[in-house]
Design a protein around this ligand. Structure first.
Ligand SMILES: NC(=O)c1ccc[n+]([C@@H]2O[C@H](COP(=O)([O-])OP(=O)(O)OC[C@H]3O[C@@H](n4cnc5c(N)ncnc54)[C@H](OP(=O)(O)O)[C@@H]3O)[C@@H](O)[C@H]2O)c1
Length: 288
């Protein structure tokens, strides 16, 4: 089986390569090898690789910057998935796209199901929703997997930012009224490979198990990292409301996803986020 990964340099792109099935032959293209907003380049890459499946892990993920760069976000998140889905379909390859909890407004109080009404509150969320629609329009059999709060042992993410701050500061204030689920990129990637190898199509939800606020997540990072010897001293971690931490983009207050259908398709639930957090921190310690 041959698989092509677009956006291979990002945290999910790298995790997809690292968790690929043993029989998978990979063509991993980062931004410098293929700009996914270039229809010709995308079409050529898919034609040349002749893959059985294509993963799109490329995206405009700078949520706050997207508010002032809506056109760039729309090209990458909104239009490019349609290019990749169309070229994949034309080549007879399965297309797998990754989307986000930010397609919801976050005013709910129970986990969002794949068919629940969308109502993005940010440029990032709106352009990611356009991308879902563009992919599904170009290839009705495309597999679209929404996830949330992704982190890995490398890349730009909350865990690595917290570890840095916790090594430098004595006090941190962290938002406690946004609730979601931290998700370890390799956990997501294993699910993506598994779903890609099944008959699944349309919109699916996948995150790790459990729920947390950013504050809970930060406290857990400190506890687990201290237990592993990655951090040596106490840090006062104080909960604050979102209004005390204004950002250009509005974020959903509650963005827990209902994963029941996906977990049933995968044969069981994902690990709890705290278990995967420990695995990630062990990897960070191992990498030095
Ligand atoms: N991170 C999260 O918390 C989160 C939550 C929900 C959903 N998701 C979704 O998960 C997917 C993967 O995200 P991630 O966390 O792995 O993000 P990431 O680490 O920011 O990776 C995105 C990758 O896309 C690449 N890219 C940017 N512009 C490109 C272009 N024109 N052509 C090709 N590649 C380009 C980036 O390259 P450069 O670094 O060189 O710009 C980067 O390597 C995205 O669809 C994202 O929307 C992420």
């Amino acid at each position: 089986m041959k698989a092509l990964i677009f956006g291979a340099g990002g945290q999910v792109g790298r995790a997809l390569a690292a968790t690929a099935p043993a029989d998978a032959q990979l063509v991993a293209l980062d931004r410098s090898s293929c700009d996914v907003t270039d229809l010709e380049a995308v079409t050529r890459a898919i034609r040349d690789a002749a893959p059985d499946m294509v993963f799109n892990a490329a995206a405009y993920t700078a949520v706050d910057r997207a508010e002032s760069e809506p056109e760039a976000a729309a090209r990458l998140n909104g239009a490019a998935p349609g290019f990749m889905a169309g070229a994949s379909k034309a080549a007879g390859a399965r297309f797998v796209h990754i989307s986000t909890d930010f397609v919801f407004n976050g005013t709910g109080g129970t986990p969002y199901r794949p068919g629940d009404p969308t109502d993005p509150q940010s440029v990032y969320g709106a352009t990611k929703l356009q991308g879902e629609q563009a992919a599904a329009a170009a290839d009705p059999d495309a597999l679209i997997v929404r996830t949330a709060w992704v982190y890995a042992a490398q890349g730009a993410n909350f865990v690595l930012t917290m570890l840095r701050f916790m090594g430098e500061r004595e006090r941190l204030t962290i938002v406690s009224d946004q609730i979601g689920t931290p998700t370890f990129a390799p956990s997501l990637s294993r699910a993506l490979w598994s779903l890609a190898g099944s008959q699944a199509s349309g919109i699916h939800h996948y995150t790790d198990a459990g729920v947390a606020s950013w504050y809970d997540f930060a406290v857990a990072i400190h506890e687990e990292a201290t237990a592993l010897g990655l951090l040596q001293r106490p840090v006062a971690i104080m909960p604050i409301p979102s209004v005390d931490y204004p950002t250009p983009a509005r974020r959903p207050a509650f963005s827990v996803l209902d994963k029941s259908a996906t977990w049933a398709a995968l044969g069981g639930p994902a690990p709890h986020w705290r278990v995967n957090l420990r695995t990630c921190l062990e990897e960070i310690r191992h990498n030095g």
